[in-house]
Design a protein around this ligand. Structure first.
Ligand SMILES: Nc1nc2c(c(=O)[nH]1)N[C@@H](CN(C=O)c1ccc(C(=O)N[C@@H](CCC(=O)O)C(=O)O)cc1)CN2
Ligand SMILES: [Mg+2]
Length: 294
């Protein structure tokens, strides 16, 4: 008989609060000992409403931990060259220790050359070829993209030894799926990556001890895909109109179906999302310390 098991919710919000508190203490200590305040520059091009919310939260939390925030809100009409010139200016500004270009960029801009223009020492999003290459080589001292780093920290809290576990990463973006797979590989997991052209994702999921999903397809992962006792990390954030006509956030996992089958799951909202910004602040603090060689 298929008896349901108790599914534990992984509280990302509480984890993020603890992490942010630690960054706050370290920023105060750094200021006391060196007089230096970490500075984070965030660039947002255009008016994507979700990006505006994320960028506003980044500014708010940057101030809250005692760092300086340099916000660049650019119009939709910004050209590739204007954006590259701004990045050059920020690269050379000694008050700025971290630079981030909020993604996605408007369609007329080509994201990769813009991201690659960021000096690797200020690339707190971990998206330059240098930092991605470091991670691919198994080095953990480069900058690691914030969302996969947050997922790894949550997983390590739940499962101290990940060695030998079967992990399925669904989604292969540079921001999430690819670095996530590298991180899990570096932890000793047997990693499979499923993506848009994968034909048997459900079958792969049934073999997985850990499923990490970041596709933007609402409720893609069904209860029937999940092995009993698996751990699910849901990175998806999809906005839907609920029966009572309110906007509701749902993940890439059919949450209700997963209950009773998964041993642990991150909820949406309140799972992975909040840790993304804590990891950004952590990376900015690390960038400042590296700059000071401490
Ligand atoms: N340059 C980058 N662009 C983007 C990144 C990134 O790491 N670097 N990640 C996402 C957006 N993002 C931060 O930028 C982000 C996404 C979600 C959350 C969050 O707290 N989510 C909440 C729900 C909030 C809501 O949408 O109402 C949750 O899941 O509980 C924070 C940051 C894409 N772009
Ligand atoms: Mg584009």
């Amino acid at each position: 008989m298929n008896t349901p098991i108790e599914t534990q919710l992984i509280d990302g919000k509480a984890f993020a609060e603890r992490m942010t508190q630690k960054v706050t203490e370290e920023v105060a200590e750094l200021q006391k000992t060196t007089g230096i305040t970490p500075g984070l520059a965030v660039i947002l091009v255009g008016n994507d409403p979700a990006s505006e919310v994320y960028v506003r939260n980044k500014t708010k939390q940057t101030h809250k931990v005692g760092m300086r925030s340099f916000m660049h809100l650019l119009p939709e009409t910004t050209t590739q060259q204007e954006l590259l010139s701004l990045i050059q200016r920020l690269n050379n500004d000694p008050d700025i220790h971290g630079i981030l270009v909020q993604l996605p960029l408007p369609k007329h801009l080509v994201a990769d050359p813009i991201i690659q223009a960021i000096r690797p020492e200020k690339d707190v999003d971990g998206l330059t070829a240098y930092n991605a290459g470091k991670l691919a080589l198994g080095h953990m001292d480069g900058f690691i993209p914030c969302t996969p780093l947050g997922c790894l920290l949550l997983l390590q809290q739940e499962v101290p030894n990940l060695r030998g576990l079967n992990a399925l990463v669904i989604g292969a973006s540079n921001l999430m799926g690819k670095p996530m797979a590298q991180l899990l590989l570096n932890q000793g997991c047997t990693v499979t990556i499923a993506h848009i052209d994968t034909r048997n994702t459900a079958e792969l999921a049934k073999q997985a001890d850990i499923i990490i999903v970041a596709t933007g397809c609402r409720e893609l992962v069904k209860g029937s895909w999940i092995k009993k006792g698996a751990i699910i990390i849901d990175v998806g954030i999809n906005r839907i109109i609920s029966d009572d006509k309110k906007i509701k956030l749902v993940g890439d996992v059919a949450f209700q179906e997963a209950l009773g089958i998964a041993s642990k799951i991150t909820p949406v909202p309140g799972g992975v999302g909040p840790i993304t910004i804590s990891c950004l602040l952590h990376n900015t603090l690390c960038a400042t310390k590296k700059h000071l060689s401490i």
